[in-house]
Design a protein around this ligand. Structure first.
Ligand SMILES: Cc1ncc(COP(=O)(O)O)c(C=O)c1O
Length: 427
């Protein structure tokens, strides 16, 4: 942490720009941690917060409910095919913990308590809490806690750029699907399969090949395993669809949303389940079928009010269509980015791009892992007027979803300039 002894203090933000206390403006290439939808200070969202905060700031969801949270739940169920009910929390990691608990307790509730194992894709990420670390186990992040994490079954995932020797991309996809089927067929204790929907984001922007998620969804049905999808980073338009699992033609039993739910203004997440799961929790008091889980700020009315306004704006502005059009701007830059000396691979879908940096393009040798890439690129980005973050050796471009084509052009040009100016420091 020594290299981060001082931070730029952000004092205000408007549109796609954040401003620090020295008056420097930075183009927000991180969407303020992948959650900003409309840019900053969007009047409709600010007004929704102000209006609701004058009426009811917080009221517990223990024994009670509130109108904005009820309205939001109705809207979420409406836009999420197959889903029936909503369980609120205040961050994505908690939404995933709730998903795991719902999945495990479901089997218990219906008298199949032997189903206790969770399987997941390797290289996935579901948050930083203990359950989320166990399921989305990234060794570099969580290795120090390994002994304390519960055991999960991790199955391989295809990564087009780094396919094991002897396989084509297509063959390796089949290998991964076969592995999952073998696990399911030999182990009837598997309660749920967990994966990010559409792509692994924190795992370096690994976009799933067409049909991959659908095949997993089918296997889950065939072997009576619940499918838990994490749309916290990939839903709400990040990959170009409102609900990513519809594009992937997969049907989850449980799905989690977060980040962009409130337009990225306040903290809120939601775990949705289908009717089958929900009904299994219905019982008399003494049946003890209810879920013991609740957070203080669950269903906060101000968060829910801004989320309701956010959803209204998606419709009013036809945001998903706009994203699909704006997303094409990335394509114009494929060649320019690929030509850069240290760029090994670019992966792009919707409003997400990952640029993998390598030491040797031909041999795909990773860049020096001892270098503090994030710090180097953050500082270089600042000089070019952008807020940029890398994950490992992947430069992440994650703009606010409603960014204009002109601003995205600017962001991409600034990113290219940043990589070119910083790359010599990392090889
Ligand atoms: C796919 C995914 N799941 C879960 C989370 C955790 O969300 P939070 O940071 O709100 O706890 C993240 C955060 O980046 C994520 O990308």
């Amino acid at each position: 942490m020594r290299e981060w002894d001082s931070f730029n203090e952000i004092v205000k933000a408007k549109g796609m720009w954040i401003t620090d206390s020295d008056g420097n403006n930075l183009l927000d290439g991180v969407a303020s941690m992948w959650c900003n939808v409309w840019g900053h200070s969007k009047p409709e969202l600010v007004n929704a917060i102000a209006t609701q905060s004058k009426k009811l700031q917080h009221s517990s969801m223990f024994n009670l409910t509130n109108q904005p949270a009820e309205k939001l739940a109705e809207s979420l169920v409406k836009i999420s095919p197959g889903m029936h009910k909503v369980f609120y929390s205040d961050n994505g990691s908690s939404a995933m913990e709730i998903a795991f608990k719902l999945a495990l307790q479901y089997w218990n509730n219906i008298g199949e308590g032997k189903k206790t194992k969770i399987a997941a894709l390797e290289n996935g990420y579901h948050g930083d809490t203990f359950g989320a670390m166990a399921v989305g186990y990234i060794p570099e992040f969580f290795g120090k806690f390994k002994k304390q994490l519960f055991t999960t079954i991790q199955t391989p995932v295809p990564n087009k750029y780094r396919i094991p020797k002897g396989y084509s991309y297509f063959d390796y996809q089949n290998f991964c699907i076969d592995k999952i089927e073998k696990q399911f067929s030999k182990d009837d204790k598997i309660a749920a399969f967990v994966m990010e929907s559409g792509a692994q984001v924190a795992g370096g922007v690994n976009i799933f090949p067409k049909g991959f998620q659908r095949k997993i969804s089918k296997l889950c049905k065939k072997y009576n395993v619940l499918l838990v999808l994490d749309e916290i980073a990939t839903g709400f338009g990040r990959l170009g669809s409102m609900i990513q699992y519809t594009e992937e033609k997969s049907i989850p039993d449980i799905v989690a949303y977060g980040k962009m739910l409130t337009g990225g203004y306040l903290t809120m997440a939601a775990t949705l389940t289908n009717k089958k799961i929900y009904d299994s929790f219905l019982g008399e008091f003494n049946d003890w079928k209810h879920l013991f889980h609740g957070h203080t700020f669950t269903g906060n009315p101000i968060s829910a009010a801004v989320a309701n306004e956010n959803l209204k704006l998606y419709q009013k502005n036809n945001l998903i269509k706009k994203i699909q059009k704006t997303s094409k701007v990335f394509e114009k830059y494929y060649d320019k980015i690929t030509e850069i000396k240290t760029v090994g691979d670019i992966r792009h879908k919707g409003m997400l791009m990952g640029i993998e940096l390598v030491k040797d393009k031909k041999k795909k040798i990773p860049i020096n892992p001892k270098k503090s890439i994030n710090k180097i690129f953050f500082e270089a980005g600042k000089k070019h007027g952008i807020y940029l973050r890398t994950l490992g050796n992947v430069v992440m471009i994650v703009p606010p979803l409603a960014i204009s084509e002109e601003e995205l052009d600017l962001l991409l040009n600034k990113t290219i300039a940043t990589i070119k100016s910083a790359q010599n420091q990392i090889v």
